[in-house]
Design a protein around this ligand. Structure first.
Ligand SMILES: Nc1ncnc2c1ncn2[C@@H]1O[C@H](COP(=O)(O)OP(=O)(O)OP(=O)(O)O)[C@@H](O)[C@H]1O
Ligand SMILES: [Mg+2]
Length: 251
């Protein structure tokens, strides 16, 4: 189904930080109109991979291709103008601008004309359930609204590929189903390829078409949710590590 030139691809990507091997020989492909999950314990390298894919970081070795073009050395904004967008694990919104203004600025940032930016902002307020908060300053938002603004800002550039780094973290449990539907809509209505990082396994299993498991910078497994669920080695590595971290959190 996936055509060459129709994907975002990391090929044999490694990234070291002074002795820390954050990514080791990672190959990952993200197709259009599908949701690809990226899971793994804290420190596995998930955010580093998103940074490398989106241009906020450069790999020590390996390449990134966007629709068949080598973009490894392209800036984030150049990748943005060519259809790639991301969210951050922590909010990067302009705190003293309103929610609506944040969306308009994001659209303008990729060269959208003002009228179209306003139209797109209004549409995204609706899609992400932010209409009642449109004139609120981003810095005053509750965590759930702030998470949705992050996704709306990334969508304001009309991406063909969107990388979501823990977009649901901190969302109230009751809001997760609506949020999941919004991510499905990105795939189905915008035909975008979505990379979704989250520690909520139920959300990942229910939403993703394919899943990659990272552990200590390596791809441990890749497959459908059923295949990943059946992979006991993965479960041991993932759940074992999570258990360790949960214990740390309590202590
Ligand atoms: N700028 C940096 N300088 C030094 N080390 C870094 C840097 N960025 C990441 N690392 C290290 O690389 C490894 C991978 O980190 P990364 O943030 O990618 O993990 P993660 O899978 O996103 O974790 P989490 O689930 O906690 O968000 C960690 O050991 C981290 O400390
Ligand atoms: Mg991370």
């Amino acid at each position: 189904m996936r055509r060459p030139g129709d994907s975002l691809r990391a090929s044999s990507v490694s990234r070291s930080f002074e002795g820390v091997h954050a990514l080791r020989d990672v190959t990952l492909e993200l197709g259009r109109a599908e949701i690809t999950g990226l899971i793994g314990p804290n420190g596995a390298g998930k955010s580093t991979l998103v940074n490398v894919l989106s241009g906020f970081d450069r790999p020590t070795s390996g390449t990134v291709e966007l629709e068949g073009r080598d973009v490894t050395r392209w800036s984030p904004s150049r990748r943005g103008r060519h259809g790639l967008s991301r969210t951050f694990q922590h909010s990067h919104a302009f705190r003293s601008l309103s929610v609506r203004e944040n969306l308009e600025v994001a659209a303008l940032g990729v060269g959208t004309v003002a009228r179209e930016a306003r139209r797109r902002a209004a549409e995204l307020l609706e899609t992400l359930g932010l209409t009642s908060q449109a004139e609120a300053l981003a810095g005053t938002l509750a965590q759930g609204d702030e998470r949705r603004l992050g996704v709306a800002r990334a969508l304001a550039t009309r991406p063909r590929f969107i990388l979501l780094d823990e977009p649901a973290a901190g969302l109230p449990e009751a809001e997760v189903p609506d949020f999941a539907q919004a991510v499905r809509d990105v795939r189905d209505d915008h035909d975008a390829g979505v990379l979704l990082i989250d520690h909520n396994m139920a959300l990942i299993m229910g939403l993703c078409d394919r899943i990659y498991v990272l552990d200590q910078g390596r791809v441990l497994a890749e497959g459908t949710p059923d295949e990943i669920r059946a992979n006991l080695d993965v479960a041991a590595a993932y759940l074992g590590e999570s258990a360790v971290h949960d214990a740390d959190d309590e202590g």
